[in-house]
Design a protein around this ligand. Structure first.
Ligand SMILES: [Zn+2]
Length: 362
């Protein structure tokens, strides 16, 4: 039998040591959580305790989208994060970039201290040592294939720091909008593809994607495109597609098939300064993770801007590439989604199982 008083104390103190021993369900929201769930604490009178997930689910409760009681354990999640960090370092090395500890911590939501300690504990080496090895490997393989030695050295990230910064900036994948609101004077070419989430229309200027949305028919989607950019000239894209666009489509499809977790797809979108801030922040939320509207508002320095954050998410024109599906309510409920809650749930489940598959395959 569960001692309700002890359980409640564990919930109040968000005691991670109690994870796996029991779950708590919140009757008012219909979800159940691990004791350590970072979401807002519910009122005691709305809470019930369960020994197992199946008991909670028999009671009609759904797993929290925040602490994912139906998903991996803490130990698994440490491993996944360390793996993410090593992948991130490796990818950066391949692109000639060096990764700062702060950046690595942000990538997985850890402090620099926690990152170094856990990385060392699980791999026997530090992130910096690991990076050095990667860089040398990259350099070696480039030298075997590459055209000139100086190019190879530059490519492997041994070049000047200004070059590193230039590349880091480009990695945000967001060029400042070069055109006025409504797309005046801009030509947007578009194409529709069938995806596991239904029909998806992509629109692009010659600089990058400006529209990625789901809809029920080509007509509905082309109406939406026109509504977002009433002053632009729209044209159907002809094959063969420009390489930049072809790569973007391929990236998105690989993402939906769980074959790719990072989307470095060039965007060309117009936005207010605040929207841009929110959208860039959304791109920093790691694959497979979620944050609440309130947390994002706080991270952007204005904890009261929860609604404004939600509005910026709703104004997103490029689904997935700006991952507004990774934002949920502070209670752990799914919250809203511009392209339907079912799609949001599928996207979050895709990412979660994508993470699990990656961890199992190594
Ligand atoms: Zn939870």
């Amino acid at each position: 039998m569960l001692d309700e008083k002890v359980c409640w104390e564990a919930v109040i103190s968000k005691d991670a040591g109690s994870d796996g021993r029991f779950y708590y369900g919140v009757q008012s929201t219909g979800i159940y959580c691990r004791p350590s769930c970072p979401s807002r604490r519910p009122l005691r009178r709305n809470v019930r305790f369960y020994k197992s997930r199946s008991e909670a689910e028999q009671d009609g409760l759904r797993p929290c989208m925040r602490c994912r009681p139906d998903a991996i354990t803490l130990a698994d999640s440490n491993k996944l994060r360390v793996r993410r960090v090593s992948e991130y370092i490796r990818e950066n090395c391949e692109n000639g970039r060096s990764s700062s500890l702060c950046e690595l911590g942000r990538e997985v939501g850890w402090s620099v201290f926690h990152l170094q300690r856990t990385f060392k504990r699980l791999t026997g080496t530090t992130p910096k040592e690991f990076e050095k090895n990667c860089r040398t490997e990259v350099l070696k393989s480039r030298l075997r294939r590459g055209p000139s030695v100086t190019d190879a050295i530059y490519d492997a990230g041994f070049g000047s720091s200004s070059r590193v910064y230039e590349q880091a900036d480009a990695s945000l994948g967001m060029t400042p909008a070069q055109y006025r609101s409504g797309g005046h004077g801009v030509t947007i070419s578009h194409v529709s593809v069938i995806t596991p989430l239904g029909l998806m229309t992509l629109g692009a200027t010659d600089r990058g994607l400006c529209f990625v949305q789901f809809g029920e028919s080509e007509q509905a989607l082309s109406d939406k495109l026109h509504a977002e950019y009433p002053n632009a000239s729209l044209e159907k894209m002809k094959e063969p597609y420009p390489p930049i666009f072809q790569n973007s489509i391929q990236s998105l499809l690989r993402y939906l098939r769980k074959e790719q977790i990072r989307l470095d797809v060039p965007l060309d979108i117009n936005a207010t300064a605040f929207q841009l801030k929110v959208w860039k922040y959304l791109q920093s939320i790691p694959y497979g993770e979620v944050q609440s509207y309130g947390e994002i508002a706080a991270a952007l320095g204005n904890p009261k801007a929860t609604r404004a954050v939600a509005r910026a998410c709703a104004a997103n024109k490029v689904a997935i590439v700006i991952p507004c599906h990774r934002v949920i309510r502070g209670t752990g409920e799914l919250g809203g989604y511009k392209w339907g809650l079912d799609r949001k749930r599928v996207l979050l489940d895709t990412e979660r199982s994508g993470m699990a598959a990656r961890s199992a395959s190594r």
